[in-house]
Design a protein. Structure first.
Length: 386
């Protein structure tokens, strides 16, 4: 399964990027802060350990309300602020249009960290599937599986993905880049993006459109349980359009970011049977290749050592574990993250037996474990609220 040798992670071109200055700034845009670090926030590696006493602002790009990104980004920001150690940083989750906007925000220096879907990052770093250039984005930590599917109402009459032809389908927020994983899914099922009437709306709005009949289907998901799917199932009778088993396997074989996940029965209200689902690209935290190595080392360390706090805020944090955090998501890891993961024993030396298996795609069982953990966490959170 698309193992990724460590030697590619440490290629000379990546190492040369470490000489660039620290990404800093307050998420404010193209005012010269960029990747260089202005006088107010500083640009050297020493800032990461709070040597100058000046506050370093870390804007974390998330997504529109209704998905999992805002919740997880908020949990990461709060954890970084609660566990600064000697690092004089202030982290803040920032609402954006999603993965695609986040990657561009990192490139412009408007964001220092961001959440992205690994499928979207995969194409971004390669300059493919509609990206106008190859973006120098690097992974920091692999998070929860993004388990998504086409959802419709029980009385819509749509029973297969092929049946979406000619239908009005919500495929995510404009600019978020959902097309990059929705497109391959449709195409392998014999449906082109031009065969459907595409609607771009956030997931919360998509659920409303399903409910009032202004949309025939919507592509919904996130870390399990996804808020939008839970909302839909609680609001009206839903039908999860199944993936063709052979097509699902083709997608898994063809792309490194697709992985199989079976959702246990009763994961969502009104669905007592197991659903043979698909991880359409794990959520992961990313940064720019030019980000300071010491800063990203410290960020990765703080997230890892306080992962239970993130998991307590959202079930997706349970995926920050020995099997998953340093798993190759289709995008090279940042050298600062690699340094920490090697020290923590999550990535072995190149000569080690586990060098490739540590960065390989997850096995089915491991992915199912992550999904089940998120499900249990979500149920516990719901019970606590009641």
């Amino acid at each position: 399964m698309n193992a990724f040798p460590l030697r590619r992670l440490l290629n000379p071109s990546v190492c040369l990027l470490l000489g660039l200055s620290l990404i800093t700034g307050c998420g404010g845009g193209n005012d010269g802060g960029g990747n260089g670090g202005g006088a107010e926030t500083g640009g050297g590696g020493g800032e990461a350990s709070g040597d100058t006493g000046k506050t370093m602002f870390l804007s974390i790009g998330t997504a529109p309300i209704g998905g999992t990104f805002p919740q997880v980004g908020g949990a990461i920001a709060e954890t970084l602020n609660n566990h600064k150690g000697d690092n004089n940083w202030k982290a803040q989750a920032k609402g954006t249009k999603g993965s695609q906007a986040n990657i561009r925000g990192l490139d412009k220096g408007e964001l220092q960290l961001a959440l992205s879907n690994s499928a979207i990052s995969y194409f971004a770093v390669r300059g493919e599937s509609g990206w106008e250039k190859a973006y120098d984005t690097r992974a920091v930590v692999t998070l929860a599986p993004n388990v998504a599917m086409f959802v419709t109402t029980a009385d819509s009459g749509i029973k297969t993905i092929a049946g979406l032809k000619g239908k009005r389908v919500v495929i995510g927020p404009a600019g978020a880049g959902f097309d990059m994983f929705v497109g391959p899914i449709l195409e392998e099922h014999g449906v082109s993006m031009d065969d459907i009437e595409k609607v771009y709306q956030p997931m919360g709005a998509a659920v409303d459109m399903l409910g009032d009949g202004s949309a025939d289907a919507a592509f919904l998901g996130g870390a399990v349980p996804a808020a939008a799917i839970s909302q839909a199932c609680a609001s009206f009778e839903t039908f999860f359009i199944p993936f063709d088993p052979a097509v699902r396997q083709t997608l898994i074989d063809k792309y490194p970011f697709f992985h199989p996940i079976d959702l246990p029965g009763d994961t969502y209200q009104g669905h007592p049977e197991k659903f043979e689902g698909l991880n359409v690209g794990s959520m992961h935290l990313v940064t720019a290749a030019a980000a300071d190595e010491e800063l990203i080392y410290q960020v990765t360390k703080a997230i890892w050592e306080n992962r239970e706090e993130i998991a307590a805020a959202h079930g997706a944090g349970k995926a920050i574990n020995e099997k998953n955090a340093a798993r190759y998501p289709g995008t090279d890891f940042h050298p600062g993250a690699i340094r920490f993961y090697k020290e923590a024993g999550l990535i072995k030396d190149e000569a080690g037996d586990a060098a490739e298996t540590e960065t390989a795609a997850p096995a089915v069982g491991e992915a199912e474990d992550a999904a089940a953990s998120d499900t249990e966490a979500g149920k516990a959170e719901a019970e606590a609220k009641e």
